[in-house]
Ligand binder design. Structure first.
Ligand SMILES: CSC[C@@H](O)[C@@H](O)C(=O)COP(=O)(O)O
Ligand SMILES: [Zn+2]
Length: 204
């Protein structure tokens, strides 16, 4: 997609995501694939109040092409997703309470979800009876290392729709900005449901 369109889509997504309460403080970062690489948010801004000057353009090897300021601290993860998932054109990273808490509560490297109609909000899932498996990676301040772990796991088993970073948040992707928003909203809904279910079951 063209830079201008990509940035417009990400600004709009940021307003919506912020209203949902999924990017508190300056948490979260967004990107979209462009004709020459991808655009990504600059670091440290309120993601609900983005303007065109809060984006940097990277080429497909991760070299800055244009833009000012510091790129997102997690740019490497966006680059890795574009390199791994050929048809991903947008990546939205959020810090919701549900994604943060659930990814800490689940100790294994996979969150397994089944039984919810909302699973069908994810492209390719046709029934609540299917089992959704969302990979969980331990958080790491070394984003290059984290991106390598995502790549290694993807090469063993392709990942779909998104991944969780433990105690940190969700990275969701899709073939268009609107599909990415649908995946993000569907996954966030499912995480919130799972959290409620786990809390209720603990009281029984
Ligand atoms: C509010 S701290 C969150 C950051 O450490 C990071 O995880 C994040 O999502 C935003 O980083 P940024 O560099 O603004 O893209
Ligand atoms: Zn983050």
């Amino acid at each position: 997609m063209q830079n201008r369109y990509a940035i417009e889509q990400l600004i709009e997504a940021g307003v919506w995501i912020s209203q949902k309460g999924w990017v508190p403080a300056t948490g979260g970062n967004f990107s979209a694939r462009t004709d020459s690489g991808f655009v990504v948010t600059a670091s440290g801004y309120d993601k609900g109040q983005l303007a065109p000057e809060h984006f940097l353009q990277f080429d497909c090897h991760g070299q800055i092409e244009s833009g000012t300021g510091k790129p997102s601290a997690e740019t490497e993860l966006h680059l890795s997703i574009y390199q791994l998932v050929a048809d991903a054109t947008c990546v939205l990273h959020t810090h919701s309470v549900a994604a943060t808490v659930l990814s800490r509560f689940i100790k294994s490297d996979t969150l397994t979800i089944t039984g919810y109609e909302m699973q069908k909000s994810l492209t390719g899932i046709l029934s609540h009876e299917e089992t959704l498996q969302i990979a969980i990676f331990d958080n790491d301040q070394d984003i290059e290392q984290l991106a390598e772990k995502v790549a290694l796991r993807y090469q063993r088993n392709p990942l779909y729709h998104g991944v969780l970073i433990r105690g940190h948040g969700l990275y969701a992707w899709g073939r268009t900005p609107s599909e990415t928003r649908r995946h993000l909203e569907g996954l966030e809904f499912l995480f919130a449901c799972e959290l409620e279910r786990i809390k209720l079951e603990a009281t029984l």
